[in-house]
Write a protein that binds this ligand. Structure first.
Ligand code: ATP
Ligand code: AMO
Length: 476
């Protein structure tokens, strides 16, 4: 038995016999006596050849030349240096002369999706409505989102998709790394709740034995209850569920929330500072540690670099100032209106022109468009101590100073549109937790998939979820 080797070490085995596991990229019979295969192991690809001889029968050559694409094999062969570098493989200076080939798992024919097609961008908007539209300058049509997601295990084999999830894993790790250093405790809060934490209609109700319960729309109540439990700084990475019955390129019904909540000393801008510094750390470290993956994805999708302010200072724009910028640019929008998605994107372009940054924060949102737990602004009763963070003109994070008085919280809940009962099953415990002391605090919640989507410039959030959930899709 020759030991199994990693193909990255192939140069060390020149003229020797090696055995390795691999995937078939393609196999072709050149003649009755000669066949070529392209084999993949991880990120390496190698050319293999088999020629009929005293020891290797024509049947064996034929068998090797017809093994189906995407089958997994164990191959034993001799490592031979080649005269001309092999263009089609990552291993250019060596090829494998096959001695033995064992098919571990045969891939069925035809494949429902070619991995080569999964290496290419989505057609047009990437919203999944258009299928199989020919790409500019390429005769082969691009494969639409639905076909790709219906065959996600094959789709995910593409290098570009691996790169997306390496970056996603990186963002999670960097989030935790930065906040751990700042003294945050990683917590896990319940996802089966007695009430909707963000209010409104977009909550999933579930049968919970003989009563109703709700899937968490955020860890909001619990992260605040932990501040009332004298945890000074908490963070959480966990699933978030939203019954968002719409199909946009940036909404999922299940996503990953990156949440934090902290006590502050004098001003809620201390919290904003943590959020901004956290994102700058993540961006800088993505550039340092995940450049290869980032560049690969952006090159496939033809995306511009993500611009960060040269000064290192994140533009922090008061909401009313943002409205003014939009009005000066011709948008019709009132001071206390919620921004539409096109208006948000327009503001993103204006901020990029003015400050040279794809990342910025809006501060002091109108109280009427924020959740009931948001602290009103002491200087203007129509505004609030709340903020959003944006990447490429789209929201990645919402946050605020929270109300830490049970009385004020209850009255804001009653006044909210639609009103929330502060004595309801599931809201009462939350409100009551502020009756026995709680410091001023604030926090924020990020959508992990959105950070990855806008960092890489992907046209659709679904590409950043392994098995995305939306109103149309709960499988695979
Ligand atoms: P969240 O609602 O969780 O804060 P969001 O990105 O949806 O995240 P919003 O402030 O609710 O943020 O929405 C911003 C804009 O995005 C809205 O004005 C609206 O134009 C658009 N939008 C929000 N939700 C949806 C949706 N479910 N379907 C289509 N468009 C939406
Ligand atoms: P919000 O509702 O704005 O705030 O959600 C926080 C962040 O989560 C992301 N997000 C989504 N991502 C994918 N699909 C969705 N359907 C979706 N909805 C929201 C966005 C958004 O900025 N409790 C507050 C946070 C806080 O104040 O701490 C909250 O949930 O990136």
């Amino acid at each position: 038995e020759t030991p199994r080797v990693d193909l990255s070490t192939v140069a060390e085995h020149e003229d020797k016999e090696i055995t390795f596991r691999c995937w078939v990229e393609n196999a072709r019979s050149q003649s009755a006596k000669l066949a070529f295969l392209n084999l993949r192991q991880g990120l390496n690809t190698v050319q293999a050849v088999i020629a009929a001889s005293d020891k290797l029968s024509k049947q064996m050559v034929k068998f090797c030349g017809t093994v189906s694409t995407e089958s997994t094999l164990v191959v034993t062969g001799l490592v031979k240096r080649v005269k001309e570098p092999i263009k089609s493989a990552t291993i250019k200076d060596f090829e494998i002369h096959i001695l033995k080939l064992f098919v571990e798992a045969k891939a069925e024919i035809p494949l429902p999706l070619q991995v080569d097609d999964a290496e290419r961008p989505l057609p047009d908007t990437g919203l999944g409505e258009e299928e199989e539209k020919p790409a500019e300058g390429d005769a082969r049509p691009l494969v639409g989102l639905n076909t790709r997601l219906n065959n996600r295990t094959i789709d995910l084999r593409a290098k570009v998709n691996h790169a997306i999830f390496v970056v996603k894993s990186g963002v999670c790790g960097l989030f935790q790394e930065f906040l751990s250093k700042q003294g945050f405790t990683l917590v896990q809060t319940p996802k089966i709740l007695g009430a909707a934490s963000e209010g409104g209609a977009n909550v999933f109700e579930l049968k919970y034995f003989d009563r109703s319960a709700y899937l968490a729309q955020s860890p909001q109540f619990y992260k605040q209850m932990l501040i009332a439990s004298r945890f000074q700084k908490v963070m959480e990475i966990g699933p978030v569920f939203r019954a968002e019955n719409s199909n946009t390129a940036r909404h999922l019904t299940e996503f990953t929330g990156l949440d934090l909540e902290m006590e502050f000393q004098e001003h809620y801008h201390e919290v904003m500072r943590v959020l901004e510094d956290l994102m700058l750390f993540i961006f800088n470290e993505l550039n340092a540690r995940y450049k290869k993956e980032t560049d690969l994805v952006r090159s496939v999708y033809h995306v511009d670099d993500f611009k960060l302010p040269e000064s290192g200072k994140v533009p922090r724009i008061p909401f009313l100032e943002g409205i003014k910028m939009l009005r000066e640019a011709g948008e019709e929008v009132g001071d206390y209106d919620d921004l539409s998605t096109p208006q948000e994107k327009h503001l993103g372009r204006l901020v990029l022109e003015k400050y040279g940054s794809d990342f910025y924060t809006l501060d002091q949102f109108p109280i009427a468009i924020r959740p009931a737990y948001t602290m009103p602004s002491p200087s203007n009763p129509l505004l609030s101590n709340s903020y959003d963070l944006f990447m490429r003109g789209q929201e990645i994070c919402s946050g605020a100073q929270r109300i830490h008085s049970a009385e004020l919280l209850a009255s804001q809940m009653r006044k909210h549109d639609p009103p929330i009962d502060p004595n309801g099953a599931g809201t009462k415990d939350y409100v009551d937790s502020f009756r026995y002391g709680c410091p001023p605090h604030g926090g924020g919640g990020f959508g992990l998939e959105r950070i990855v989507q806008f960092w890489l410039g992907l046209p659709n959030i679904r590409m950043t979820s392994l098995f995305p959930r939306d109103p149309q899709r709960v499988t695979p």
